[in-house]
Design a protein around this ligand. Sequence first.
Ligand SMILES: C[S@@+](CC[C@H](N)C(=O)[O-])C[C@H]1O[C@@H](n2cnc3c(N)ncnc32)[C@H](O)[C@@H]1O
Length: 408
Amino acid sequence: MTTVTIERLGQQGDGVARGPIFVPLALPGEVVSGTIEGDNLIDIRIETPSSDRVSAPCPHFRSCGGCQLQHANDDLVANFKRDTVITALAVHGIETEVRPTLTSPDKSRRRATFTARRTKKGALVGFHARKSDAVIPVPQCILVTPALAAVPALAEALAMAGTSRKAALSVTVTESIEGLDVSVTGGKSLDGPLRISLAALCETYKLARLTWDDELVGMRIPPVQALGAALVVPPPGAFLQATQHGQDTLTALVQEVVGDAKSVVDLFAGCGTFALPLAEKAEVLAVEGASDMVSAMDAGWRKAQGLKKVTGLSRDLMRRPLLPDELAKFQAAVIDPPRAGATSQIAELAKSKIPAIAHVSCNPQTFSRDAATLIEAGYVLEWVQPVDQFRWSAHVELVGAFRLTHTR
Ligand SMILES: C[S@@+](CC[C@H](N)C(=O)[O-])C[C@H]1O[C@@H](n2cnc3c(N)ncnc32)[C@H](O)[C@@H]1O
């Protein structure tokens, strides 16, 4: 038996003691005992609990792997996420105002992926268990919206219709204004009889849209998302901010940075999450790699009333970033790359004279690396706002406000 004191939370939300020894579900300051296995402590007993420890609000927390931090109070989680950002910035010697974390409420995740398996008696639906492939049913999950709480019955029916006993279905569900938008992978190949069964399920469960391995099986009604004043039908499985609260928060922050700019370039624009609301006041060039997302944004913009021009451009920004002469006409830029960041596009932005850049990121490490490039080029990082759309996980997103304060 070994006794250790937890010094901090690690990147996955585990407690970390000197060594490092990783202790799941332990909090900073706690004294815990257990058996060391590799660099983990197992058979853990909390000897001295932290005053920040709380009873998990979800009954599934002990077994479900969907959440990592429900045993900590809200302040500890919010400060942990803010500290993660501060630490990542410090690696590059960057100091700036890091605002307190803004957190989405419970029951607000509008998009989630459930696993569905056939069993001897029927089907099992839920999320993966902590660090395991086992499926844990989550009928009282407090993460997802009430509309998604209805998914298990649907996913069971999908598993019964479309998978063998050995396979597991991956059922990604997004709440839209018109009903659930469901995208399934990992099932049987789509043949005539399966197509008929799935179309019937689409009706029974009043789904907006059902796709099976990227093939459209049924669309009762287009699964519309409101992006500012525009209504957009994203392609199946397309990126969408995880909560409405997160989308609204990020959009307001981007608008704060962009200010009164009359021409904006939105890089890694998706279906227009930022471009379309910004078009209420500015002309926008929205650049995105996936051409079907650009088409979806364009269709939404064309039907919306009162927006300024939004021009969609499909381009691989990693291989062919926008160059300084292409960036020259914009008064502000928004950039929201995937987790890996956007080294090549940031290098070109660093050479540009765009006065304001709103950098949205889901990875404080790559954000800090890219921030260092912009700062080196003369930009000032005025503030960073951590945003928590993945409540009770170790994940954090952020917006950074960059301004060019002098002419180079
Ligand atoms: C984090 S998402 C942000 C999307 C959008 N800003 C939003 O908030 O909905 C990143 C986007 O980058 C796009 N993307 C990924 N790789 C790309 C590339 N090489 N060139 C251009 N866009 C890319 C993805 O399709 C995705 O839409």
